[in-house]
Design a protein around this ligand. Structure first.
Ligand code: GDP
Ligand code: ZN
Length: 458
């Protein structure tokens, strides 16, 4: 494949000790060579070595930057092209200046995700691995990072490819039967086909069973802490944030008002809803009232309802219980260090089957229990240490569901004694759906759209 030479700044924008400009393509070594002044000619150095020197304007020989240049020759590179990585002093100006020079010397500015796309086009990675790269960049917890890494390693891809070859084998067998009808009775062929595709379907089901948890790991669990004024919501939030590595992310395309706070609770990333509001104006919930909070909570996947053990239950508490009826919820009975005023059996009735955790946030007691309850609500065995291959990507989940549905149609057709070549068409479609996950049967448009979601320089 004939591809041009692309370049971009591969480190995040802003201040840092160093910035890296990456060049990928056939001309990358020649381009670097023209600008580089050092002890050796870059064309002569070994692959995967780094060299100190200066970059100059080739026309004037005027020094632009002091640099370290890494030479990585195809094919053992991220893109499978020749790659040059130029380390420059951190700061926007020097990185930009070097990038401009590289572009003047003949490289084209890379589009977002184009390096990864090139790795895909050059056959080094498949689509699910490329998506794993994107997830790794965005991972919010170590656990999410591990899920993404497994995907990058190609574990999901391998499993999908095995399933595809099993489907293909089933189809091939039918073809033999169509060409040589005397070779096998049609009903025997159908029985065998049914057995083969049922096995594939079982495996698809197992993968899909991880989807919910995979999505939680990937995207974080939208969590709302609610309760009457003064019960300890802010204290709880602070305890969670303090206890767990919190990462604050800004959602692209929004102003700084929309902050999301992530806390990592035993490997489960919680995305705390409305935290900016809780932080800055003290309790959205109490301001907007129960009725409106019902609306605000519609996005929540987990609700933590806080009660004050030092007070009797009020109508407002009961209204809050009514609000959370259809939600995953954990109830926290706080302020257990104070005199117990709450009617505990009445409270337990309201709590029902939901986990109930007692805390004294003032004395920092019970926080561990709450964290364990959260983790176990979504992951039977807890998250950390499990070795499951999670499917976490919405696109993969949709395609697995489609594959499953078409296999179902094939099975229905087989059971209705439809002609075997009709059944075969459905199996073929399932094979195609699975192929889209790894990019083997994905249309160009989809591929472009996927890579455009990457950040620049990746
Ligand atoms: P919010 O209005 O629900 O956010 O409640 P806050 O977290 O702001 O807490 C209200 C008050 O209760 C503060 O003065 C806290 O220090 C206090 N508080 C929170 N948790 C406890 C607890 O477990 N025991 C006691 N005694 N006081 C607490
Ligand atoms: Zn508060």
């Amino acid at each position: 494949m004939e591809l041009d030479t692309i370049a971009a700044i591969s480190t995040p924008p802003g201040e840092g000790a160093i910035a890296i400009i990456r060049i990928s393509g056939d001309d990358s070594v020649a381009i670097a060579e023209r600008m580089y002044r050092g002890n050796q000619n870059l064309r002569d150095v070994d692959s995967h070595t780094i060299h100190y020197g200066h970059l100059v304007q080739p026309a004037t020989n005027e020094t632009v930057e002091e640099v370290m240049v890494t030479v990585l020759r195809a094919p053992k590179t991220f893109t499978r092209d020749d790659i040059i990585e130029i380390n420059v002093h951190g700061g926007v100006v020097s990185a930009d200046r070097v990038l401009q020079l590289v572009l003047t010397e003949g490289a084209r500015l890379a589009e977002p995700g184009e390096f990864t796309k090139r790795a895909f086009l050059n056959g080094r990675i498949d689509l699910s691995q490329a998506e794993g790269v994107m997830d790794m960049i965005r991972a919010k917890t170590d656990r999410a990072m591990n899920v993404a890494m497994k995907q990058v390693e190609g574990r999901l891809a391998r499993q999908i490819k095995t399933l595809r070859s099993e489907l293909l084998e089933a189809i091939a067998h039918v073809e033999v039967n169509i060409d040589y009808p005397e070779y096998d009775a049609e009903s025997v062929t159908l029985k065998r086909l049914e057995k083969q595709i049922t096995a594939v379907q079982t495996e698809i089901d197992q993968l899909l069973a991880t989807a919910h948890q995979g999505k939680i790991l990937r995207e974080g669990l939208a969590t709302a802490i609610i309760g009457r004024p003064n019960v300890g919501k802010s204290s709880l939030m602070n305890a969670l944030v303090q206890d767990n590595r919190a990462i604050v992310t800004e959602i692209p395309g929004t102003t700084r008002d929309v902050l999301e706070e992530y806390v990592n609770v035993k490997g489960v990333p919680l995305r705390l809803i409305d935290t900016a509001g809780i932080r800055e104006t003290e309790d959205v919930v109490e301001k907007i009232g129960v009725e409106r909070s019902r609306q605000a909570l519609s996005d929540a996947e987990l609700i933590v309802l806080v009660l004050n053990a030092n007070e009797t239950l009020t109508e407002e508490d009961k209204a809050l219980f009514a609000t959370i009826e259809d939600f995953n919820a954990i109830v926290v009975l706080n302020k257990t260090d104070l005199k117990k005023e709450i009617d505990e059996s009445e409270a337990r009735d309201l709590v029902g089957d939901r986990p109930l955790v007692t805390t004294s946030l003032l004395k920092e007691e019970g926080i561990e229990d709450l964290e364990a309850a959260i983790s176990h609500l979504f992951f039977d065995e807890g998250v950390e240490g499990t070795e499951i291959n999670y499917v976490s990507n919405t696109r993969h989940i949709a395609l697995l569901n489609q594959a499953k549905a078409t296999i179902n149609e094939a099975l229905d057709a087989a059971q209705a004694d439809m002609p075997v070549d009709m059944v075969q068409i459905d199996v073929k479609r399932a094979w195609e759906h699975l192929g889209e996950i790894v990019g083997e049967t994905a249309p160009d448009q989809l591929i472009d759209q996927l890579f455009s979601q990457f950040c620049l320089g990746k």
